[in-house]
Design a protein around this ligand. Sequence first.
Ligand code: 5AD
Ligand code: SF4
Length: 473
Amino acid sequence: MSSPEEGFSLPIEARPSLQEAARDRFHIRTFGCQMNQHDAQKMANLLHHAGLAASDRAEAADVVVIHTCSIREKAEHRLYTELGILLARKRAEPGLVVGVGGCVAQQEGETLLRRFPKLDFVFGPQNLVHLPAMVDAARARDRSLRVDYDDAPGERFDLPQRHPAYASPTPGRAFVTVMEGCDLFCSYCVVPRTRGREVSRPSAQILAEVRALAEAGTSEVTLLGQTVNAYGRPRPGQIAGELAFADLIRRVAEVPGIRRIRFTSPHPSFVTPELIRAFAEVPELCPHLHLPVQSGSNRVLEAMNRRYDRETYLEIVARLRAARPGIAVTTDLIVGYPTETDADFEDTLRLMNEAGFADSYSFKYSERPGTPAQRRGLGELDDARVQARLERVQDVQRSLTLDAHAARIGTRLEVLVEGASRHGDGQLTGRSDDHRIVNFRASGPAALGSYLPVDITGCTPHSLLGTSPGIPA
Ligand code: 5AD
Ligand code: SF4
C-alpha cells in the first residue's frame, strides 16, 4: 500500500572503471508508474550508448534529468521542489545540464522553459529517442533543441532494438512495452493528455525483444501499457492482423527461458473470456492480476466514465478465481471523487471485502488540469473528510492483506530472488508468483535472479516471512 510515486534512482551495479571515471556522468530522477521507471531505463541506455556514465547520485552528475509524473498534484509538486534545488546548484556550476522529461514535461511544455529560464530542455514521453541530442545541444550551449514533445510514431517503440540494454536493475526481471496511451478518458485522469492515444506495438518487435531478453538471462517479463489488455484491438490507421492480447501472452510463454509473465495495468472492459482462459491454461502467466476498480459505487463509476459497474467487476473476479484458484487480485482505489457520498463510500468498502483484494493502492482524488472532471468544475471534497475515508480504506485493506498473507503460512512458495531485504538484517527479498514480497533467510546458496523454494513461517501486512534451503539440487 505504499505510494507508487516515491522517487527512485537507477541502481548502478558496477563501480565505474577508470575510463568511465573520465566520462561525463548522468543521473535520472524518476517519479511515477512502472511505465516511467521503464522509460528511465531506456533513457539511461541511450545516454550510456551516447558515451555518458551513470551516477547514482544527482550531486555527482554533470547531467541531471528529472523524469516527472503528473497523475496527482502531489507527484507534480515533487518536480518543483527538485528543480529548485538543481537550478540553485546551477548558479555555482553553470556547466550543469538540467532537463525535465515525462508527463509534466508533456503537459507544460514551453511553459516550463518560460518559468525556469535556466532549465536546459524539456521532452515528452514519446520523445525519449532525442534525449542524447538534447544533452549535446545543451552542452554546446545551442538553445535550438530545448523542447520536444511532439509524437514521434514508429520511433518510440524500437528503442530497445537500437542498443542492447546495458544493465537490468533487477536480475532476471524485465519490463517490455506492448502498447502506450489510452483512449478511454476516465473523467479524473490526465493520462490520455500526457501519453496520447492508444498505440499498440507490432507483436514481432515485442517477441524479438522478449527473445533477446530471455537469451540474456531474463526469465520474468512484465508486459506494460496504460490499458495493456487493449493491446491489438483494431484501431483506425493501425496495422491489421495483429495478435489479440491473450494470444500475445501465449506467444510470449512459448519463448524458451520465460518462466513468469505479468502485465500491468489492465482495464476491466478488456478482460475477455480468452484472457481469463489464458489464466487457466498458460502456466507461465502468474496467478496475480492488478485490476484497477477505482470505486465500488455504480453512481461514482458512471461519473468517472469507467464503463463497467460493480456487478460486472465482481463477475470478472469470480471468473478469474474459477479459472485460476488462488489468484491474487489487487487494485487501485480513488476516494473522495467529487460528489462521493457516505453511501457511495460504503459501497467501495463493501466491494473491497467482496472482491477480497490481496492489496491495493489507494489515493485521494486530485483534480488535474484539462480532465473532464476539471472542465466540469466539480472541485474537490473537504480534505479532512477525504483523509478519513482514505484511512478507513487502508484499515480495511490492511486486514484483507493480513488474511491473504496468513493463508500462506505453512505453504512453500517459489520466489525470484531480487536482493538483500530493505531491513539490512542479512535477509533476502523477492516476489512469489502471486506478487507478494517475501523476506527470507537462505541456509544454502542463493543467487540473484534465481528461483528458490521458501517455506512461509510468518507475515506482516507488507510481506511474507520464511526460510529457504537455498538453490534446489
Ligand atoms: N486523482 C487521484 N488518483 C488518480 N489516479 C489517476 N488519476 C487520479 C487522480 N486525478 C489513480 C488511479 C489510477 C492510478 C494509476 O492512479 O487509481 O489507477
Ligand atoms: Fe487514465 Fe482511465 Fe486511461 Fe487508466 S483507463 S489511463 S485511469 S483514462
